[in-house]
Design a protein around this ligand. Structure first.
Ligand SMILES: Nc1nc2c(c(=O)[nH]1)N[C@H]1C(S)=C(S)[C@@H](COP(=O)(O)O)O[C@H]1N2
Ligand SMILES: [Mo]
Length: 249
């Protein structure tokens, strides 16, 4: 094979589907190279498929009697109390950043979208778990409505609470953002979210540990990098507590 073509192929390998690699492998003396490429693709496909797999779901009988509030459990600001007093009728969730169509959604908007209900297990790194039913629109629907730009690599969640003098926030990559079980929950066990669990909106990211599930959601932001956000590690506990940014389970 001419050197220039070999180099072009090598450069393009990352973009080639596994089937194309198999085809090429059969056409030349570079069989080993393409076998290696095929293995690489198979591994990459498997890793992605694994990340896209669903978290276990449970039956209503398996639900825990209660899901305790952890971290912030109450927001003692006049703004939050006023919002709560009007049933969060004027709460807004914005979807902004690297999007072509920024959104500002009300609770009525959130309820009008197609809903997903799932009974899942919450796992907190502090060593407790609880099974509960969560309902709300899929984050993927919101992101599709907002038309996320190609340059976006992460989704950042902004919250209304302050913990240890810092704004709580979190972020995930696009695999978790578009995962079918990633929802913006407004109901817990069939009732509006209690204050301790993040009223009126919190994210459920079922393939991630508890601290990623941001409560009291006010904004969703598509970003290319989280380097310039707070301490730059992509989340509250990542910044202050040295927790891993990737908390996949
Ligand atoms: N805004 C906000 N989100 C948060 C937290 C918090 O303190 N503030 N705590 C996190 C942690 S560590 C866990 S385990 C879960 C707890 O959710 P729960 O209070 O509904 O049990 O929320 C996560 N999301
Ligand atoms: Mo947690």
């Amino acid at each position: 094979m001419p050197e220039i073509k070999r180099r072009a192929l090598l450069a393009g390998l990352a973009a080639l589907p596994a089937a194309a690699c198999t085809e090429l492998a059969e056409t030349g003396p570079a069989g080993d190279l393409f076998d290696a490429a095929e293995n690489w693709h198979r591994t990459a496909h498997r890793a992605l498929a694994n990340r896209q797999a669903l978290a276990p779901e449970y039956t209503p009988e398996e639900r825990s009697p209660d899901i305790r509030g952890n971290g912030t459990r109450t927001i003692e600001t006049p703004e939050y109390r006023a919002a709560q007093a009007e049933g969060f009728a004027n709460w807004r969730l914005s979807v902004s950043g690297l999007v072509q169509n920024p959104l500002s959604l009300t609770m009525a908007d959130m309820r009008a979208l197609p809903q997903r209900t799932q009974i899942t297990r919450h796992d907190c790194v502090e060593g407790w778990s609880a099974i509960a039913e969560w309902s709300g629109p899929q984050l993927s629907d919101l992101l599709d409505m907002a038309k996320v730009s190609e340059e976006a690599n992460f989704i950042v969640f902004r919250c209304a609470d302050v913990l240890y003098d810092r704004d709580y926030y979190e972020s995930v990559d696009m695999v978790d953002a578009y995962h079918p079980q990633t929802i913006i929950a407004h109901e817990l066990n069939g009732a509006p979210l209690p204050e301790k669990n993040g009223a009126p909106l919190r994210v459920r990211i079922e393939r991630q540990l508890g601290y990623k599930h941001a409560k009291y959601l006010t904004a969703i932001e598509a970003v290319a990098s989280f380097e310039d956000i707070y301490a730059g590690k992509g989340g509250f506990w990542e910044d202050v507590g040295d927790y891993q940014w990737y908390a996949g389970i």
